[in-house]
Design a protein. Structure first.
Length: 317
């Protein structure tokens, strides 16, 4: 019908797709030109390339019995060599077309589900996308110097708390972006107000407000000076601790779980002030003052459920 080569469908996004490659190049270059004036665009080379050309790299839980152990959602797969070669060509089309244009945009590579240490990135990639990402996807790849993105959520039901906790865990582990599939947007509910169970994920106006609380928290920090910190929190009771810090200056701490907990911090000498923040409401639930830090310091958290955040700043006086 379209005068394109008759090929097996798994070859569509490979360099061996006949005359389809020429159409793909013209489409890509036209798309790049058309959106060049917009600043809210990221080019992802291919969504889930491991879905049609997978290479099994590992499993989430190796203690499951077959066949469940080797089935989604327990498998971790990457794209094969033919897929990577095609994605590299697409990246070349994007960068060469933008070379003569006014604006330059970020290019993203969708690497895998859940997370792996990245073994090879396509040349020109700025953003590494992971679906259903664990915090380890950020911690294992922070040294790449790329933006690490939790790029798709789902399969945890409709509860806002599950996805809110994922967002805080990922971003406070060094992630650079969080964006989810929001099932409250549907036909007839283009305003995102559909709260009926209509898919394998969550999303709601309330959840989007909660993401705004996380955004506000992060933007209150000097992120350019901060990095993941595995030393400051010595123990966090029954909670998991994720920390970003500019050592001795400012700390962003997220505790995942429930409390109160006894939080043991190892801080440089000095005076600190802090705020405990409810991650669901955004309210400051407790103020914290430390007058004589130096070595280990014990803080008692407020009561919390499904996570709490602490912003701690050293006094400049």
């Amino acid at each position: 019908m379209n005068q394109t080569s008759a090929i097996e469908w798994k070859k569509v996004n490979t360099l061996g797709n006949g005359n389809i490659l020429g159409y793909q190049e013209r489409y890509t270059r036209k798309l790049v030109r058309e959106v060049n004036g917009f600043d809210n665009v990221i080019f992802e080379l291919q969504n889930e390339p491991f879905a049609d050309r997978p290479v099994l790299e590992g499993v989430v839980n190796p203690y499951l019995f077959p066949p469940t152990r080797n089935q989604f959602p327990n498998t971790i797969e990457t794209a094969d060599e033919q897929s990577l070669a095609w994605q590299a060509r697409v990246a070349e089309w994007i960068t060469s077309e933008e070379a003569s244009l006014r604006n330059k945009h970020l290019v993203a590579q969708n690497y895998c589900d859940f997370g792996l240490p990245v073994s090879r990135l396509i040349s020109g990639v700025d953003v590494v996308n992971f679906h259903y990402a664990y915090p380890e996807a950020a911690t294992a790849n922070y040294g790449l110097g790329k933006a690490l993105a939790y790029d798709e959520t789902g399969f945890l039901g409709q509860d806002d708390a599950a996805y809110r906790r994922e967002a805080w865990n990922f971003m406070l582990s060094g992630g650079g972006a969080f964006d989810g599939l929001d099932y409250s947007f549907s036909v007839g509910h283009e305003d995102g107000s559909d709260t009926a169970p209509n898919g394998p994920g969550g999303g709601s106006p309330a959840f989007r407000r909660q993401l705004g609380i996380l955004s506000k928290f992060l933007q209150s920090l000097p992120l350019g000076e901060m990095a993941p910190d595995y030393r400051t929190v010595k123990h966090a009771g029954a909670a998991y601790a994720r920390v970003l810090s500019a050592t001795g200056k400012v700390y962003g701490i997220y505790l995942d779980g429930g409390g109160p907990v006894e939080l043991v911090l190892d801080l440089p000498a000095g005076a600190y002030s802090g705020e405990w923040i409810d991650t669901e409401s955004g309210e400051i639930v407790k103020m914290e003052t430390i007058q004589d830090a130096g070595g280990e310091k014990l803080l008692q958290s407020p009561v919390f459920r499904n996570g709490i955040a602490l912003r701690l700043i050293r006094s400049t006086r």
